[in-house]
Write a protein that binds this ligand. Structure first.
Ligand SMILES: *[C@@H]1O[C@H](CO)[C@@H](O)[C@H](O)[C@H]1NC(C)=O
Length: 168
């Protein structure tokens, strides 16, 4: 197996991440899809509505080429303490999420996953490029360009207009 990461990827499709079972997934399999990438927390008090709305978006638009990629992260208030299996079970059992939940990662700091280093390049939030909290959202067009970064407080359903435009 090649290494998990590419240090200076030119395209998001050059990156490889791990799924919840530890298997490597090259993001190249998502070429031609509109991607919504979210750092999630399962045990966060405010998570329910985010998951519910993400599910609604996925149900409505997966047939048209939307993929939602969720990455558990425990850098925010230790709200995501479970193992990958627990996280998948939680999301699947409680919310019947069909979108993939990947391996737990860090999104800020030196150990941030190469995917998040890439996503944050040139996409600033209120704390520089740091992710502020769970449920920051990135929208990637069919050519792999990171076109929007949304705050954690932006509700998934309010992205619908932008997603529809990218799917056209
Ligand atoms: C999603 O989660 C963020 C961060 O916890 C929160 O600020 C926001 O209100 C939540 N949105 C919804 C729609 O639940």
């Amino acid at each position: 197996m090649t290494s998990q990461t590419t240090e200076n990827p030119e395209y998001i499709y050059d990156l490889t991440v791990k799924d919840a079972k530890g298997k490597y997934v090259n993001l190249g399999i998502y070429k031609g899809k509109v991607l919504l990438i979210v750092n999630v927390a399962s045990k966060c008090r405010m998570t329910n509505l985010n998951y519910t709305e993400l599910n609604q978006l996925y149900e409505k638009y997966k047939g048209q080429g939307l993929e939602i990629l969720a990455f558990p992260c425990n850098q925010f208030g230790e709200e995501e303490p479970g193992s990958n299996d627990e996280i998948s079970e939680f999301v699947c059992a409680r919310f019947r999420s069909e979108f993939p939940i990947f391996d737990k990662i860090e999104v800020n700091g030196n150990n941030a996953s190469p995917l998040y280093k890439y996503l944050k390049l040139g996409n600033w939030g209120i704390f520089g490029d740091d992710i502020q909290w769970n449920f920051a959202k990135f929208l990637i067009d069919k050519d792999g360009q990171v076109v929007h970064r949304y705050y954690p407080t932006t509700s998934p359903l309010s992205l619908e207009y932008d997603i529809k435009k990218l799917l056209e």
